[in-house]
Design a protein around this ligand. Structure first.
Ligand code: C5P
Length: 224
């Protein structure tokens, strides 16, 4: 299934505490964003990579990414959702669109293909793995509820959609002032079913400093 991908890359990296965009941090001498982008550049079904970036990061992004006519930059937003929305304005040449965090370099070609195919068929498909820990809700650090684990999934990216579905979902969110932490939550709001495609525990998001240790271990396992 041919698709375009939006790779939001406009975060500030506050939780990483590096003082600059964490996507510039290196794994085995390669910047995280370059590793992520290369997975898509290597996929012939990927027709366009749209990267929302902050203006001050743009030159550095251009320098470290492989040269490719498939890469276009969009304006980064103050929230991830706004970065994706800005990217979406440059999309539309394929009927399927993926959104994938720049901070998840370990996505597999197999997962991407499965998600794109499912999105083409059903309209919305997201990568996820079953939750391993017990999850409780708490108020003021007092537990109020234990959530039944067997129905819980840890949601990752890529999240894949029919382009028309994602555009409609973003328009509705904008109209209602809804801010979600992923694209699927916007699609759920407009009543469109979102299908889970089981993925891999390797597909971590590099968020806090300890994630860099996990990332090195995953790279080593993958022979990278
Ligand atoms: O902060 P977090 O790791 O959840 O961000 C996920 C992805 O969204 C990262 O690749 C980050 O660069 C991107 N992002 C963005 N614009 C923002 C905030 C985050 O493109 N305003």
């Amino acid at each position: 299934t041919d698709y375009e991908v939006i790779i939001p890359a406009a975060g500030s990296g506050k939780r990483m505490g590096a003082g600059f965009n964490k996507l510039f941090l290196e794994l085995n001498k390669r910047p995280v964003i370059a590793v992520t982008a290369e997975v898509f550049l290597a996929d012939p079904s990927c027709k366009k990579l749209i990267l929302p970036v902050q203006p001050h990061d743009r030159e550095e992004m251009k320098r470290i990414l492989p040269r490719s006519e498939k890469i276009v930059f969009a304006r980064g937003g103050s929230e991830r959702q706004y970065s994706v929305r800005n990217g979406l304005e440059l999309a539309g040449s394929c009927s399927v669109i993926l959104v994938h965090d720049g901070a998840r370099p370990f996505i597999s070609a197999g997962s991407i293909a499965a998600l794109a195919a499912m999105a083409g068929e059903k309209g919305a498909a997201i990568a996820a793995v079953p939750v391993k820990d017990t999850i409780k809700r708490a108020k003021d650090q007092i537990v109020t509820e234990t959530i039944e684990r067997s129905s819980l999934w840890q949601i990752q990216t890529p999240q894949a959609f029919r382009t028309s579905v994602l555009k409609k979902a973003h328009e509705a969110a904008e109209r209602d002032g809804f801010l979600g932490t992923d694209e699927a939550s916007l699609v759920e709001r407009i009543g469109h079913p979102v299908h889970i495609v089981p993925g891999s525990y390797d597909n971590i998001k590099i968020t806090t400093p300890e994630d860099l240790y996990f990332a090195e271990a995953i790279l080593k396992k993958q022979g990278g």
